[in-house]
Structures are given as structure tokens and as C-alpha cells.
Design a protein around this ligand. Structure first.
Ligand code: AP5
Length: 208
């Protein structure tokens, strides 16, 4: 099953993808995670994209498509994948169409006010990348990851100025993909305003 997770920043795409990956044994490909790993390792790619990611702009299509293509060519993607946060522009969607077919594009929708609350309260594990929320998905021990004991931190792009920019970039460049995939009859809407376990159940029901 070749899946795309569409939706604004903070809609809960990553939270669902991590669970679905285990449930369906599908690789979870998050372009945001790929860029953050490159930034952490200070690779050439990381140095090129750090400032762009920190301020919440989109990395140029050419670079983004190249890393996704490379990832999709790997053996574990041959029986399906979850693409989380890609495509984000029409040019990326067109490029993806040339690389592989898509079975469904899941559109996670949530009101903007809720997105801001989710993003500003998000905490991420420095070690394993697990995502928490100070109010909605709190770790058992403040500041410490439940899964690996790593330290939790706030992403640079979860500061309020970057959040606002990401939401406006989403509206301008990514929201048009809802129509794009609707016209191809691949779009399925997911009410992502519910509690995390309910959102996950909705996704499982749709994929039955
Ligand atoms: P990326 O990492 O993809 O960021 P994003 O799309 O902005 O998505 P987020 O990770 O912020 O949100 P999410 O929907 O996954 O929510 P999450 O599950 O974490 O991209 C980062 C940057 O990389 C981009 O800004 C760009 O610069 C670059 N980039 C990436 N892809 C690119 C592309 N294709 N082209 C160009 N550039 C690209 O949840 C958020 C919070 O809410 C968490 O705290 C979580 O615990 C909580 N939460 C989740 N679900 C619920 C729920 N149901 N109820 C209550 N709280 C919840």
C-alpha cells in the first residue's frame, strides 16, 4: 500500500505514521525527519537546508524530490510506504507520479487554533525522535522520553514565528494538493481533531 499523509503542520501526521508503520509493517518516510537527520549530522545537505527548515520555509523541490526518490528506491519500500510530509507542492506531486503510483492520500484536517496549541506544546526526544505534547501527550516524567530515557527538546521551527510562517506556507503551497488528489479520486479526509487513539482508529478503518 503506497500512502501519502497530507495535512498542515501539527495535524498529527507523524503521530499516526509511527503507529501505522508498526501495525502495517510499512516504512515511514518523513521528509522532515530526513532533513533534521541531515542537519544533525552536519552533512552537505544539512548545511544547505538548516536555515530554511528553522524558519519554516520549504526546501527547494529539486533537493526534496532527489532525497525521496533515493529513499523510495530502497528495498524496504518495494511493498509499500507511508510518505509523511511529501509531496508539499504541485511540482513535487508531479515528480512523485513519475516515480511511483499512489493508492491513497490521507488528508488530516484540524482547525488552525488547535494546530498552534499542538505545535507550541510539542516536545521531541533528542535520542529517538519520539514526539510528545506537554498537555495532550505528556511524558511520564517531565522532559524525559518514555521510550528511551532521552532528553526532550522544543524544535526550533516550533517557535511562534516559524509556526505562523509554516501555516502560511502550507496554505499557499500545500493546500492546493487537496484538490489535486481529490481530482485523481485518491483523497480521503481524516478528522484529526479527535484524540490520538481515535484518529488512529479512523485511519485503520479507512485502510481496511
Ligand atoms: P515536518 O517535520 O514534516 O513538519 P510538518 O509537516 O510541519 O509536520 P509536523 O511534524 O510539525 O506535524 P505533524 O502533522 O507530523 O504532527 P505531529 O504528529 O508531530 O517538516 C519540517 C520542515 O522540513 C518543513 O517546515 C520544511 O522546511 C522541511 N520539509 C519537510 N518536508 C518537505 C517537503 N516535502 N518539501 C519541502 N520542504 C520540506 O503532532 C504535533 C503535536 O501534536 C505533537 O506534540 C503531538 O504529540 C500532538 N498531537 C498529535 N496528534 C494529536 C491529537 N490527535 N490530539 C492532540 N495532540 C496531538
Amino acid at each position: 500500500m503506497n500512502l501519502i499523509f497530507l495535512g498542515p503542520p501539527g495535524a498529527g501526521k507523524g503521530t499516526v505514521a509511527v503507529k501505522l508503520k508498526d501495525e502495517k509493517k510499512l516504512p515511514h518516510i518523513s521528509t522532515g525527519d530526513l532533513f533534521r537527520a541531515a542537519i544533525k549530522s552536519e552533512s552537505d545537505l544539512g548545511l544547505q537546508v538548516k536555515a530554511i527548515v528553522d524558519r519554516g520555509d520549504l526546501v527547494p523541490d529539486e533537493l526534496t524530490v532527489a532525497i525521496v526518490k533515493e529513499r523510495l528506491d530502497q528495498a524496504d519500500c518495494q511493498n509499500g510506504f507511508i510518505l509523511d510530509g511529501f509531496p508539499r507542492t504541485e511540482a513535487q506531486a508531479e515528480a512523485l507520479q513519475k516515480i511511483t503510483n499512489i493508492d491513497k492520500a490521507l488528508n488530516f484536517y484540524v482547525e488552525e487554533e488547535e494546530l498552534i496549541k499542538r505545535l507550541s506544546g510539542r516536545r521531541v526526544c533528542k535520542q529517538c525522535g519520539a514526539s510528545f505534547h506537554v498537555l495532550f501527550v505528556p511524558p511520564k516524567k517531565e522532559g524525559i522520553c518514555d521510550h528511551c530515557g532521552g532528553e526532550l527538546y522544543t524544535r526550533k521551527d516550533d517557535e511562534i514565528e516559524s509556526i505562523k510562517n509554516r501555516l502560511s506556507v502550507y496554505k499557499e503551497q500545500t493546500q492546493p494538493l487537496i484538490d489535486y488528489y481529490n481530482n485523481k479520486q485518491l483523497l480521503v479526509d481524516i478528522n484529526a481533531a479527535e484524540a490520538p487513539e481515535n484518529v488512529f482508529t479512523s485511519v485503520l478503518n479507512i485502510l481496511k
